[in-house]
Design a protein around this ligand. Structure first.
Ligand code: GLN
Length: 311
């Protein structure tokens, strides 16, 4: 923080820290500078965001203020707030995050919503889902938190991401319903693919649901990503090959190997990718169209569903 605008230290109350920092982070180009400030200050003070407002006049001790200053400096340099505070809210649940995982995005809540709605329509029937490239585990955990008859396999290539995902499942009391597996793609061990005794299934018939928010940023889009994303989030969770479609291509080609007949594939889409993704699944001759949904206030389809019809 610049010294010239700093009045006497004695007046650095929580209220003043909030207003000064909000302006500072706003000038640094952060979106929602007030919210960012509140999250950082609550983190530095070890309190909840809401408590800041009951402590407006208090003056934090020097060590807390020093910790806050350090966080503010890093935020102004575009380090993501969620990494600085170590957690992020998604689907009204709190998730641990680290630079090993993509920060859960609000648009992904639409994907969760659609799968939850679908599962509820199935009644009490047990449902097995595969969350491919689980990252923080937010998709599998959010779905399972709302669908009591569901169990999940959550896969990722990154062991560091899986460790975070595992803690998130445990944190929400779902550790016993998710199997985590380090895997690149859809080549899963047979017992994982077909269900195991632990989950009361021995059917050999695959998953009812394959859900994924795959990496979908095309190479040419990379340089236009915000610095918070480009410089700090895991590239493996974002980069979808030259045209951004590499992972869709590969799920279309191999999804049938893990799906139960009549099961479905639910995917998040990047802007403008719908038609190309529909075509990738259409040409396999294996899938029927299950629907497309756009997020509130946007003209782009964000979520798509394909129904597996023919092996
Ligand atoms: N929505 C993310 C972004 O725009 C991308 C997530 C992804 O590639 N699946 O930064």
């Amino acid at each position: 923080m610049g010294t010239e605008t700093r009045p006497n230290d004695a007046v650095w109350s929580i209220g003043r820290l909030l207003s000064w920092t909000t302006e500072y982070l706003g000038r640094a180009g952060l979106e929602e500078p007030r919210l960012c400030t509140e999250l950082l200050l609550a983190h530095a003070l070890g309190c909840r965001k809401i408590e800041l407002y009951t402590r407006f006049e208090q003056i934090p001790e020097d060590s807390r203020r020093a910790a806050f200053r350090d966080l503010v400096r890093r935020a102004a340099a575009h380090e993501p707030i969620a990494y600085l505070v170590g957690h992020k809210e998604f689907y009204s649940l709190d998730f641990e995050v680290s630079p090993a995982v993509l920060i859960p995005r609000p648009e992904t809540e639409l994907l969760v919503d659609k799968v939850v709605e679908h599962c509820r329509g199935l009644g009490d029937r047990p449902v097995r889902l595969l969350d491919l490239g689980t990252g923080s585990g937010c998709i599998a955990v959010a779905i399972l938190s709302r669908v009591p008859q569901a169990t999940a396999v959550a896969s990722d290539v990154s062991p560091e991401a899986l460790a975070v995902a595992r803690r998130n499942a445990e944190r929400h009391g779902l550790g016993g319903r998710v199997t985590f597996i380090e895997a690149d793609g859809l080549r899963l061990p047979a017992d994982i693919r077909n269900g195991d005794a632990e989950h009361g299934r021995d059917g050999g018939d695959g998953f009812e649901i394959l859900v994924s928010n795959p990496p979908y940023v095309a190479e040419r889009e990379w340089s236009s990503l915000p610095p918070e994303v480009r410089e700090y989030e895991p590239r493996t969770a974002l980069a979808g090959g030259e045209d951004g479609l590499a992972f869709y291509r590969w799920i279309a080609a191999e999804g049938h190997e893990v799906l139960a007949r009549g099961g479905s594939v639910w995917l998040e889409l990047g802007d403008g990718q719908r038609d190309a993704v529909l075509e990738l699944f259409r040409v396999t001759g294996r899938y029927g169209m299950g629907g497309c949904w756009r997020d509130a206030g946007r003209s782009q389809d964000r979520v798509v569903r394909f129904i597996f019809e023919k092996g």
